[in-house]
Design a protein around this ligand. Structure first.
Ligand SMILES: Cc1cc2nc3c(=O)[nH]c(=O)nc-3n(C[C@H](O)[C@H](O)[C@H](O)COP(=O)(O)O)c2cc1C
Length: 211
């Protein structure tokens, strides 16, 4: 099929809303991506508001403008209550889904096939259709329930990509940490990007010179 990728982003109520905003921006700018389906849980709306100071309640275009700073027809916003949305069906060809950040509650729901909202249902569909599902869990410390749910999902082929920033690229700001992590997600999604901080062996001086 010769078309751009269709990627679903589920934003739940874990800390790390800034990652979701950054990934959305990268995907929206990418020539590899045709469409982004965005769904934010009720708790996600709360955490976005707490951490980014913006209101993303509802499904009107204002949500996209708040997150991107402008509107984009490539971003479609769904209500977390809308279990009749396109992404709730396997017949809608979404290539991949990222749940970012992923709360332990949503992780548990997805691991156990409990589909109380559209994030869980869309993830369930991605698993049953054998497509790429990435979860970006954020919690610390992790209890046995969290770890067992992650193991269960990993055994199903779900990619567990915790928001654990690395420091080998000499980050100078939170923006550097977010960008480096987001680029790892884009690698998994098969979306091209310009990353200047790929590890090329023991070359810290080179990275320092680029600052
Ligand atoms: C400011 C704030 C930060 C939170 N951070 C986390 C977190 O990092 N990880 C987590 O699992 N839950 C976190 N929570 C709790 C979840 O939002 C809560 O469990 C919620 O029910 C998750 O619902 P959802 O999965 O439908 O979004 C946080 C809540 C708030 C208000």
């Amino acid at each position: 099929m010769n078309r751009g990728k269709r990627i679903t982003i589920g934003v739940t109520g874990a800390s790390g809303a800034i990652y979701a905003r950054h990934l959305l921006g990268e995907l929206e700018r990418s020539a590899d991506v045709e469409r982004i389906d965005l769904v934010i849980t009720q708790a996600g709306v709360r955490v976005v508001n707490e951490e980014l100071g913006i209101s993303v309640a509802g499904t009107d275009r204002r949500v996209v403008r708040e997150l991107l700073g402008r509107d984009s027809e490539r971003v479609v916003v769904h209500s977390a209550n809308d279990i009749g949305a396109t992404i709730a069906s396997g017949s809608y060809l979404s290539d991949a889904m990222v749940v970012l950040p992923c709360s332990m509650g949503s992780l548990a729901a997805i691991a156990n096939g409990v589909t109380r909202d559209l994030v869980h249902r869309a993830a369930d569909v991605i698993i049953k259709e054998n497509r790429l599902l990435m979860l970006v869990p954020r919690e610390t410390p992790l209890n046995v329930i969290h770890l067992e749910n992650m193991l269960k999902l990993a055994r199903m082929g779900v990619r567990i990509v915790p928001a654990m920033p690395g420091f080998y690229h000499f980050p100078q700001s939170i923006g550097d940490l977010i960008e480096h992590f987001t680029h790892r997600l884009l690698d998994h999604l098969g979306v091209s990007h310009e990353q200047r901080t790929r590890w090329e062996g023991s070359q810290p001086a080179k990275l320092r010179r680029q600052e």
